[in-house]
Ligand binder design. Structure first.
Ligand SMILES: [Zn+2]
Length: 252
């Protein structure tokens, strides 16, 4: 999971030179596939669909710097990425980060820019509308964030929207969301959704709450490798305990 790429490491942007090094390392160690291929492998595991070295690259927030700096490097390595758009912020900037230490103002792509993203290299997913934590909203408001954002992106860029990323990675535990088509209480027909919960592995149970590995601006190449070798996998257990108490508080 990335956010932005800049010429130097700043706020939540990885330096372009580091990003290139990271992709070069990934190319040696993983098959980088579109998120849809990864989700297929999770949902329909088979020997031909071996999960062991599959990985996907995601970028939250659809920053202009994705198109300007990340995309050319991804294309150099022939890699695919999914980027998640908060539709209420199209053409605006990351105002939700204001006040955070080291805040760096970053423009969000316009629909014109989004339409120009090469389809074989980039998939656009939804990141809701207002970029707010969904656990602060009512069920109706959450439904609007999830359903309307998808419809708006599809209308404006003319491509199907299949994936959702929870703003701030926050999952609203009060409600058992159903994001997939055909399920009761369907919220808009997404194939899968991403959190910011730590994790290198996902199973079929995680389809609506996919774990990711956060790549930070200050990561050295060794830090990056450590994250992918599993040195931080203890976070999975630590965060699971935290979530257990959150669920208890939300449901009782
Ligand atoms: Zn975001």
């Amino acid at each position: 999971m990335y956010h932005g790429i800049d010429t130097q490491a700043i706020f939540n942007c990885v330096a372009a030179s580091h990003f290139r090094e990271q992709l070069s390392w990934l190319k040696e160690h993983y098959s980088i596939v579109p998120l849809s291929v990864l989700v297929d492998a999770i949902q329909f595991p088979s020997p031909a669909n071996k999960m062991s070295n599959l990985a996907s690259i995601t970028f939250d927030d659809c920053y202009v710097n994705f198109a300007e700096l990340a995309l050319p490097i991804l294309q150099e390595y022939k890699m695919h990425a999914t980027t998640f758009l908060p539709t209420g912020k199209v053409g605006y900037y990351n105002d939700w980060d204001e006040g955070m230490s080291g805040f760096h103002k970053m423009g969000i792509m316009s629909y014109d820019m989004l339409r120009q993203l090469p389809e074989q290299a980039v998939e656009v997913g939804s990141h809701g509308i207002a970029h707010v934590p969904l656990d602060r909203l009512s069920h109706d408001e959450i439904e609007k964030e999830i359903v309307q954002s998808r419809a708006e992106i599809e209308q404006n860029i003319g491509r199907p929207v299949r994936f959702f990323a929870f703003p701030f990675g926050v999952y609203p535990f009060k409600y058992r969301l159903r994001l997939r088509e055909g399920e009761n209480d369907s919220l808009g027909g997404y194939r899968a959704a991403c959190t910011t919960w730590w994790g290198r592995y996902n199973t079929i149970k995680d389809i609506h709450v996919l774990r990711r590995v956060t790549i930070c601006d200050f990561d050295t190449l060794d830090d990056f490798k450590d994250k992918l070798y599993g040195y931080y996998d203890w976070l999975v257990m630590k965060e699971s305990v935290g979530r257990y108490y959150k669920v208890m508080r939300a449901t009782f």
